[in-house]
Design a protein around this ligand. Structure first.
Ligand SMILES: CC(C)(COP(=O)(O)OP(=O)(O)OC[C@H]1O[C@@H](n2cnc3c(N)ncnc32)[C@H](O)[C@@H]1OP(=O)(O)O)[C@@H](O)C(=O)NCCC(=O)NCCS
Length: 203
């Protein structure tokens, strides 16, 4: 089974080219310590609406450095999408390999007992890359990454805002099902969704 340390030491183990519907290419790869400036540019470029739908601790170089500093130090695996040939970061796909007790409690209410073989997922694409099928193209690779860490199910990291129909549709397309809803501290309603990962072909 893959470990976060192994990925940090050799990011190539999870580096994959992805061809997009419009004929262009992106590369999916783990975030590395050298990415702070490029990641800051990605975060800074997110619109107010994207920041509302996908929340980070900050959207500047400090926030980017913190994400880079966290590599292999916590339970998070952050993958980025590089635009080819510019190398611009156009997506941040986050997996949390550990669960938060609040997630465990909420899912228990829905009759689902979360386990160590579950992980959390949160995707964010640059505004100019949203709604073009990029997330759909990339998701099978993310699912494969989760399998490499021994995961059997994926839940949404922090849920998805009920008023984010594109993301809800996106998750449904990938096979996620809604299992409950909750109201956040800001009063916004979010949905909990879960996906059973089938073994990938050839495994
Ligand atoms: C959510 C996100 C990762 C999805 O990736 P994406 O590449 O934009 O999604 P795709 O284009 O592959 O698929 C989106 C689907 O939603 C549909 N859709 C788009 N707008 C929609 C709307 N307003 N209502 C319903 N469906 C909508 C699209 O038609 C497509 O479905 P289809 O292929 O059946 O036509 C991306 O849009 C994003 O980063 N959004 C901003 C941040 C965010 O919301 N993150 C999720 C936080 S939980």
């Amino acid at each position: 089974m893959l470990t976060l340390t192994a990925v940090a030491e050799d990011p190539l183990v999870l580096t994959r080219p992805v061809s997009l519907e419009d004929g262009s290419d992106v590369v999916l790869r783990p975030l590395t310590h050298d990415d702070a400036d490029d990641l800051a540019a990605f975060l800074t470029g997110l619109s107010a609406e994207s920041r509302r739908l996908s929340t980070f601790d900050g959207y500047d170089l400090k926030a980017a450095r913190e994400l880079c500093d966290a590599i292999a130090r916590h339970d998070k695996l952050r993958l980025v999408l590089d635009e080819v040939p510019t190398g611009r970061i156009v997506g941040l796909l986050e997996l949390s390999l550990d669960l938060h007790p609040s997630d465990v409690a909420r899912y228990r209410t829905a009759g689902i007992r979360l386990a160590a073989t579950d992980c959390r997922f949160g995707p964010t694409l640059a505004d100019d890359h949203q709604g073009k099928g990029v997330g759909t193209r990339v998701f099978p690779l993310v699912a494969d990454v989760a399998r490499c860490f021994g995961k059997k199910r994926i839940i949404l990291w922090g849920g998805v805002l009920a008023d984010n129909p594109r993301a809800v549709r996106y998750y449904e397309k990938q096979g996620f099902r809604t299992v409950g809803s909750f109201t956040g501290a800001d009063g916004a309603r979010s949905l909990d969704m879960i996906l059973d990962l089938c073994p990938s072909p050839g495994r």
